[in-house]
Design a protein around this ligand. Structure first.
Ligand code: COA
Ligand code: ZN
Length: 322
């Protein structure tokens, strides 16, 4: 029997991981409308923006305004990504419900992404945890390139474990293992989680996937079999790190929700509404998004039986005789 949880928690990261890489400026009110519509689908968590250097990621330069003007739906946790304590102070001042931090497992990606060595980042993240604790804001710590680095290739598991251990020792309550450029495979996900879950009791694990090589949903299935119940995904399959060559979209939220619901795993999210938002986001970015279900429709979709076929169905002939 496949091991599946009864329910999972999805964090929608499209407004951050997705919009950050869009080359054309997305007006603030457009971002807000997308976030508000996403919340209306019942999403329990939305990563709405990041508090990073506005010159480094110009698309996120309206972080304060986005936070100030979104409609806060009770039941949705509004989250922002921060790389350092300066970002954490901005995020807390802007009223976030939770902070997601970022550091990479590989040195080269961390330097490319946040201009710090991993050790320097860890010093900053300790300060972030202090800012968050003082403000009583929840924190989750993501580790980019957990399953492979576009510059260095394989990331040794011992190395990844050292980063996890460092974050856990400084008080991180949750860790998101991020597959920044879609290099993870289900066997690797299983091996890493089977090692980490018992070694770090009490930690809330999240899998953050990118579908760069069509392995995101298989990886999520593998993680669920290891007991993981928190996943990041993005509407339509938007997404990608501006500082990771070859990066592409996250696992698509509506495809993931569709897959989970088809298997009887609850998310609390309204799939039909999600599909409507996905079509709206396509008009925002001006191109077709990678998600499949908004093109194919859900598995419950049916087409009329062609005329010639309908008449020849055994049920139709039976009906004619009686
Ligand atoms: N928000 C806004 N400004 C920030 C900031 C933040 N979170 N962190 C630092 N700064 C400002 C500093 O105040 C300083 O300003 P000043 O020149 O006016 O004094 C300036 O940036 C340089 O500070 P420094 O700490 O040396 O930062 P840096 O130039 O080395 O950049 C980061 C480091 C982390 C801020 C930057 O690389 C960054 O924002 N990266 C984010 C990458 C990202 O979002 N990737 C995708 C998501 S994973
Ligand atoms: Zn990502």
């Amino acid at each position: 029997m496949m091991k599946l949880p009864a329910r999972v928690t999805i964090c929608e990261v499209g407004p951050r991981d997705g919009f950050q890489i869009e080359p054309e400026w997305i007006p603030t009110e457009t971002k807000i409308e997308v976030i508000d519509r996403l919340a209306e689908t019942g999403l329990p968590r939305i990563e709405v923006t990041s508090f990073v250097h506005p010159k480094v990621v110009p698309q996120m330069r309206d972080a304060e305004e986005v936070m100030a003007r979104i409609r806060r739906r009770p039941g949705t946790r509004y989250v922002a990504l921060v790389p350092n304590d300066k970002g954490a102070v901005r995020a807390v001042d802007a009223g976030v419900d939770a902070i997601h931090t970022v550091v990479s497992a590989s040195e080269s990606h961390n330097l490319a992404n946040v201009n710090m060595t991993v050790a320097e980042s860890l010093v900053k993240l300790r300060a972030v945890l202090e800012v968050a604790a003082r403000a009583k804001v929840a924190v989750n710590c993501a580790i980019s390139t957990s399953f492979g680095c576009p510059f260095e290739g394989d990331v040794p598991v011992d190395r990844l474990e050292w980063v996890v251990r460092s974050l856990v020792d400084m008080g991180a309550p949750g860790i998101a293992l991020a597959d920044t450029t879609g290099m993870a495979n289900p066997r690797q996900v299983t091996e890493i989680l089977e090692r980490f879950v018992p070694r770090f009791p009490g930690i809330e694990w999240t899998l953050h996937t990118h579908d760069t090589r069509a392995m995101a949903i298989p990886n999520i299935l593998a993680a669920m079999a290891c007991g993981v119940t928190h996943f990041d995904s993005s509407i339509g399959g938007l997404g990608g790190c501006p500082f990771a060559p070859g990066a592409s979209g996250n696992v698509c939220t509506e495809d993931l929700v569709h897959c989970l619901h088809a298997m009887g795993v609850q998310t609390g999210i309204d799939l039909d509404r999600l599909l409507t938002v996905s079509r709206h986001v396509e008009t925002v970015v001006g191109r077709t998004l990678p998600g499949q279900v908004h093109k194919a429709g859900p598995w419950t979709r049916r087409y009329p039986v062609p005329d010639g076929v309908a008449a020849r169905l055994p049920s139709a002939r039976g009906a004619a005789r009686t």
